[in-house]
Design a protein around this ligand. Structure first.
Ligand code: PXP
Length: 247
């Protein structure tokens, strides 16, 4: 187990800045290339139903130029399934999506939608995509993700990061314990375990230290930090912290 922890850099919010002005820049595809050069092991992009950040053209551009795997985040809708089947990215991460939310607030309710999701992901798997399911650290959801045939689970670290930011350290530590136990549980079922959402330089190390976690997907903090220190140095510092925690 263990091995090098992969860093997937999520470039959605480069597109957020671009779209704030309806301009052609900054270009998320250019950001993805810089991220690869700075040590990202993969690029993550979420094509939302409302196209608030990443666009269809961005996905085309990423597929054309990336030399590392694309982790394509999407809701479980027919439209997104068609797009994924056209591009056949390395990985598809199924996330819940609500129009009114600011970001992906919770994990997917796999247990409640098991049948539909099993049928939904089957063609993606047949097309050669690794299917990942974004879920809370909850045994019921992990078992359901396993039953529907997902190869990967991504554990939602948002609650852990929020508790940290709000200074609720007892709740933070309880959530971290849950994440650690559920990472081990998912791994014991044969699932590849990833984690992400809301991670920062302050919160990344305890999660990076879980030996069962193979990949972290990090976006908003890195893109924000890039304003101050540049994108490549912001990524390299995240990489350094991850490697330090893992060592
Ligand atoms: N993982 C998943 C499944 C996500 O939906 C997101 C946000 O798009 C992230 C990771 C990255 O979260 P953040 O931008 O807060 O680092």
């Amino acid at each position: 187990m263990s091995g090098k922890l992969r860093l997937g850099v999520n470039i959605d919010h480069v597109a957020t800045v671009r779209n704030a002005r309806g301009s052609a820049y900054p270009d998320p595809v250019r950001a993805a290339k810089i991220a690869e050069e700075a040590g990202a092991d993969g690029i993550t992009a979420h094509l939302r139903e409302d196209r608030r950040h990443i666009s269809d053209a961005d996905i085309e551009g990423l597929m054309a130029v990336l030399t590392t795997p694309l982790n394509f985040e999407m809701a479980a809708t027919d439209e997104m399934q068609k797009i994924a089947l056209r591009h056949r990215p390395h990985a598809v991460c199924i996330v819940p999506e609500k129009r009114e939310e600011r970001t992906t607030e919770g994990g997917l309710e796999v247990a409640r939608e098991e049948n539909r999701l099993a049928h939904f992901i089957a063609p993606l798997r047949e097309a050669g995509c690794r299917v990942s399911i974004f879920i809370a650290a909850d045994a019921r959801q992990i078992e359901a993700a396993h039953r529907i045939g997902a190869q990967v689970i991504e554990l939602h670290t948002g609650a852990y990061c929020d508790f940290h930011a709000e200074g609720h350290f007892a709740e933070r530590d309880a959530e971290l314990k849950r994440l650690r136990e559920m990472a081990a549980y998912g791994h014991s079922l044969g699932l590849e375990v990833h984690a992400g959402h809301g991670l920062t330089y302050e919160t990344v190390q305890p999660v990076a230290a879980f030996p069962e976690v193979m990949e972290l997907n990090i976006g908003h903090f890195i893109i924000g930090e890039a304003i101050f220190r540049g994108l490549a140095p912001a990524i390299r510092e995240m990489r350094r912290l991850m490697d330090e925690a893992r060592a």
